[in-house]
Design a protein around this ligand. Structure first.
Ligand code: ADP
Ligand code: ZN
Length: 735
């Protein structure tokens, strides 16, 4: 039977165009089986693309004769659940980003490429009776098989692939070998509901923790946003785990978002101890592991997922609770392409699912504090450190005119000696990697610049120059390249230089360095953290990676080498970020019985922001910053969007933004301010000139409306074809 009007398929195709594309169903397809959320292969221009079916209808704006057919349906049933598709629509509208690219962000790479989306065996691997009594000596030459055997022995009920992925890398080959020995069997089973999965008992909580957990538990099954505001070491993680455990007991899945998984192996261990079947999801996983984790979340096979930013888009069969740890962390904001905030989307998503969301931090973002003040979020506080630990004491060190050794004042060095003698560990924080940030000619004063960026090159200890903006690298020249004669001097300090100075000043003491360079090789971070725990490195120097929630029980002294660096940044969030960093690093001190001390080196000991932070603490400091933001009409008291453009020629992005401004102005009226266009503070980067146009409005709805009205016209501008441009709603950085 033929129906009169053909079925029209509205498809999200990954392309930088703000619309969906219409197709006819494939020939001979049974139209009854076609449903939104399925992937389809479609002809797109001269190529083929994998898209996702958003909706079907009887109508298209495209004339019927011009419609092309979907070439293949790639799934038998919808792969993306309806709730997630709806979230994608919401995100595309809010961030004004092409729906095709937003939907693309929902899928792991293998599925985006059109590969099979089968959920994989829903089996478990389990030791056989023979396997349980296997002679480990037989596996002397096969350490991987031995490790796997031991792992399975600890999980008598068997393990799923997700749990195996999380516990052991590359377990597949040794598993095949164990299967051949007859030591392991695969048991098929019906996926258990989360409630049936094992949850280990946690610590016994203190009164503040119990109060927080009760409030979150009471909200299970309805929407409520919480800010869990607790000083470092106050036991926030235990609160998350307990709330997640209750969510799981009631049959829900819990999603825990963290800034960077690679940097927090300790947190991961704690989650796994509690939930043995927890699954991990982040972009550094191999494609197969990502797919397995995605499917485990989608089918409800795992009760708990721990993931980074992109995990906010994981499909969940039984959504029950979302937790965002270190919610102030900038890494929750995607900085290119589809520029979403995973923290903000976590709240939006929770509201749509009618489940609670917990944002936790020792240094909450001003946005979240403002949301509490507006009573949109409930404020939960953990004012004291858990267990025996006390707050560290903070002091400013006035280093004006003090004797200095490679950036370290006599005051700081004396304190270090004192703490080392008392067998404390010392942690030095400097947010700059490399050896020296500036190389300058002693004769003509020229500094060595990156040829592709408006930035200085950083000298590294291997005598190579590196641009930290575009990654360019070259050897250090023997003489100045400008005047051809002068000797080159090295100015300023990076972590490598401090490390070298410390080796000279403390020759008998173990020193470790933690920054992006030192942990580049796999396993280095774990080795370093283990060494710290064992006390092999009484001194640790590092960048902001030190601030990432590590638990170093022996650290009694934290030194902030240069507090001046961040207080005067160009971005309006510079002082908020610097204060968060200082407090987070400071929080590594005195996590156990011995009280910690934090010393902050500065040339501006009277600086009102610094003194406020040190004397009154973060909460009071944040209130002062909020008052400033309110007076200046900046977020969170205003909504912001940043239109960026870049091109190889300098005038081109400015010309595009000029034209864009003319299109935007009528829609903006007097309610939405347009600032610019202006060159970006660092105008040239990786060989391209960058410019920006800022939009600010006192009310978010007005900004959203102006963008929705005017943005489609920007795609049509002839200047748009000559630039790369993007819109950043709620930009984390305005440079
Ligand atoms: P946060 O996440 O706020 O930094 P954690 O949850 O990591 O705090 O807790 C800090 C330390 O205190 C950890 O070593 C943890 O095991 C311990 N801890 C947390 N809660 C308790 C408690 N109720 N009793 C004893 N120790 C606790
Ligand atoms: Zn560069």
């Amino acid at each position: 039977m033929k129906s009169s009007a053909p079925l029209i398929l509205h498809v999200a195709v990954p392309a930088p165009l703000p619309r969906q594309f219409d197709y006819l169903p494939p020939e001979h397809a049974d139209q009854a089986t076609i449903a939104p959320g399925m992937r389809v292969r479609v002809p797109f221009g001269k190529r083929e693309a994998v898209g996702v079916l958003l909706a079907t209808s009887a109508h298209s704006d495209v004339p019927a004769a011009k419609l092309r057919r979907v070439s293949a349906l790639l799934d038998e049933a919808p792969l993306i659940p309806a709730d997630l598709l709806a979230l994608a629509h919401w995100s595309a509208d809010y961030y004004h980003h092409p729906i095709g690219e937003v939907v693309g962000a929902l899928l792991p790479p293998t599925l985006r490429a059109g590969k099979s989306g089968a959920a994989g065996p829903t089996g478990m691997w389990r030791l056989t009776a023979v396997g349980t009594t296997a002679d480990m000596n037989m596996l002397k030459r096969a350490p991987k098989q031995a490790a796997l055997l031991r792992l399975l022995a600890q999980h008598a009920g068997g393990m799923e692939s997700g749990a195996l992925d999380a516990a052991l890398a590359h377990w597949q080959a040794p598993m095949r070998a164990l299967l051949q020995h007859g030591w392991v069997e695969i048991v098929r089973h019906v996926p258990p509901t989360p409630a049936a999965l094992p949850v280990a008992a946690g610590l016994s909580l203190n009164a503040a923790q119990i109060a927080a957990v009760h409030k979150i538990q009471a909200a299970l099954g309805s929407f409520q946003a919480f800010l869990l505001d607790g000083v470092t070491g106050s036991g926030k993680t235990e609160v998350y785990l307990e709330a997640m455990a209750e969510c799981v007991r009631r049959g829900g899945q819990a999603l825990l978002l963290v800034p960077e998984i690679g940097l927090t192996p300790q947190l991961l261990q704690r989650v796994r101890r509690r939930f043995t079947t927890a699954v991990v999801f982040h972009s550094a996983l191999a494609a197969g592991e990502r797919l397995a984790a995605w499917q485990a979340a989608r089918t409800g096979r795992t009760p708990v997922v721990v993931g980074t930013r992109s995990a906010v888009f994981l499909p969940l069969k039984h959504p029950g609770l979302i937790v965002v740890d270190e919610e102030h962390d900038a890494s929750f904001k995607q900085q290119d392409g589809f520029r979403y905030s995973a923290r903000d989307l976590a709240v939006v998503r929770s509201a749509r699912h009618h489940i609670p969301v917990v944002l936790g931090s020792a240094t909450p973002s001003l946005e979240s504090l403002h949301n509490c003040a507006q009573l949109r979020y409930a404020h939960l506080s953990l004012p004291e450190r858990a267990g025996a630990a006390q707050h560290p004491a903070l002091h400013l060190l006035d280093i004006r005119d003090r004797p200095m050794e490679d950036g370290l004042s006599d005051l700081l060095l004396d304190a270090m000696r004192r703490h080392l003698q008392a067998e404390g560990q010392v942690l030095l924080f400097l947010n700059r990697r490399g050896y020296a940030p500036t190389v300058m000619c002693h004769v003509c004063g020229a500094t060595l610049q990156c040829r592709r960026c408006d930035a200085r090159l950083t000298l590294h200890a291997n005598r190579r120059l590196q641009c930290h903006h575009c990654g360019t690298e070259r050897p250090l020249p023997a003489r100045c390249e400008e005047c051809g004669a002068g000797a080159l001097g090295q100015y300023g300090y990076g972590t490598e230089r401090i490390e070298r100075a410390l080796a000279r000043l403390f020759p008998d003491i173990g020193i470790a360095r933690l920054d992006r360079d030192s942990i580049r090789r796999k396993g280095k971070l774990e080795a370093l953290l283990d060494g710290m725990q064992r006390g092999e490195y009484p001194i640790l120097v590092g960048t902001q990676m030190l601030a990432k929630g590590h638990d170093f029980p022996r650290v009694t002294l934290v030194g902030i080498v240069d507090a001046d660096q961040g207080m005067f940044g160009v971005d309006f969030r510079a002082s908020e970020r610097m204060a968060q960093l200082i407090m987070q690093v400071a929080g590594r001190a005195g996590r156990a019985e011995r009280r910690g001390e934090v010393l902050i080196q500065t040339h501006h000991p009277e600086h009102p922001l610094l003194t406020h932070l040190v004397r009154e603490g973060y909460a009071s400091f944040a209130q002062a910053l909020l008052a400033e933001r309110r007076a200046a009409g900046l977020p969170p008291y205003a909504a912001m969007a940043l239109l960026r453009a870049e091109a190889v020629a300098r005038a081109v992005p400015l010309a595009f933004l000029d034209a864009a401004r003319r299109k935007l102005a009528p829609a903006c009226g007097r309610q939405v301010q347009l600032l610019g266009p202006a060159p970006a503070p660092m105008e040239r980067r990786a060989g391209r000139y960058r410019a920006q146009l800022l939009l600010i409005a006192a009310q978010r709805a007005l900004l959203q409306q102006a963008l929705a009205t005017a943005l489609p016209a920007l795609y049509a501008l002839k200047q748009a074809r000559r630039v790369r441009w993007s819109l950043d709603v709620d930009p984390a950085e305005t440079f």
